[in-house]
Design a protein around this ligand. Structure first.
Ligand code: BEZ
Length: 256
């Protein structure tokens, strides 16, 4: 894994082509079961669609994200809600939250112990933590395809991998070490169709794959994307749709 992801976030591409991220996240909102008036920290809120969902259920959410582009877009879309650019590994609050919510963000955090400590410190005793993110095996086929192609450019994709995809045992144990009681944990396969037909995989690589293509010119990158598509087509392209091999961890824990 690299030390710090160099991903540049494009909030418009994220909203237009990767809307499924927030759609699937609604299940995690259900797991959290927010109550009216609860103060909820939305950790890695992206462009704020699920922060808005929490607010619509009567909660009082606060969305944080490391990306200025995402927070700017979130504020533009939902000016009535509170958002801030913050690093989830170091964020601290003087006023504890009733719950912490996180969708599709924890796999970007290179120091899961620091993120768990942030979550523990942010919660009042008895506060809930509900999250979903990439689990062991997530996008393994895509990573393998990138690895094969990037070796031809002298790039070791394993070394560039910015993501944290733990097993369910590893993540539950981590939460327990940080003073949580894990009430529910699930590791499940969710093949995920990408929007925009033939262009779905290249949108995904553009949105999430910056770390793997350091120093390639725009032309080389385009060529690499096309070779990755050739490599993965027999495995992930079905009936005109790219289907990403997602594995998720979904977890609900309580601060003991
Ligand atoms: C995911 O949501 O599983 C994911 C998103 C971007 C990169 C890797 C994984």
């Amino acid at each position: 894994m690299t030390e710090q992801s160099i991903q540049t976030w494009n909030a418009d591409l994220y909203d237009n082509q990767l809307g499924f991220v927030a759609e699937y996240g609604k299940d995690v909102v259900g797991l959290l079961n927010p109550k009216p008036g609860e103060r909820i920290l939305d950790l890695g809120c992206g462009t704020g669609d699920l922060t808005k969902e929490l607010a619509d259920l009567g909660a009082d959410p606060f969305g944080i994200d490391l990306s200025y582009a995402m927070i700017e877009k979130a504020k533009e879309k939902y000016p009535e809600l509170a958002f801030s650019v913050e690093n989830a590994e170091t964020f601290r609050t003087a006023e504890p939250f009733d719950a912490v919510f996180s969708n599709a963000a924890l796999h970007w955090m290179k120091h899961p112990d620091l993120a768990a400590e942030t979550i523990r410190l942010a919660l009042r005793p008895g506060g809930r933590f509900a999250a979903e993110f990439g689990g062991k095996g997530n996008v393994e086929t895509i990573i393998h395809g990138m690895q094969t192609v990037l070796a031809r450019y002298g790039i070791d994709a394993a070394e560039r991998n910015p993501w944290y995809f733990p097993s369910i045992g590893e993540y539950s144990s981590l939460l327990e070490r940080h003073g949580f009681r894990v009430q529910f944990a699930l590791h499940f396969h969710r093949p995920t169709p990408l929007r925009d037909g033939e262009r779905g995989l290249s949108h995904w690589l553009t949105s999430f794959g910056d770390d793997f293509f350091p120093g390639l010119s725009a032309g080389e990158k385009e060529e690499a994307f096309s070779r990755i598509e050739d490599e993965l087509r027999p495995l992930l392209f079905r009936d005109g749709v790219w289907v990403a091999d997602y594995w998720r961890i979904r977890v609900l824990a309580v601060k003991a």
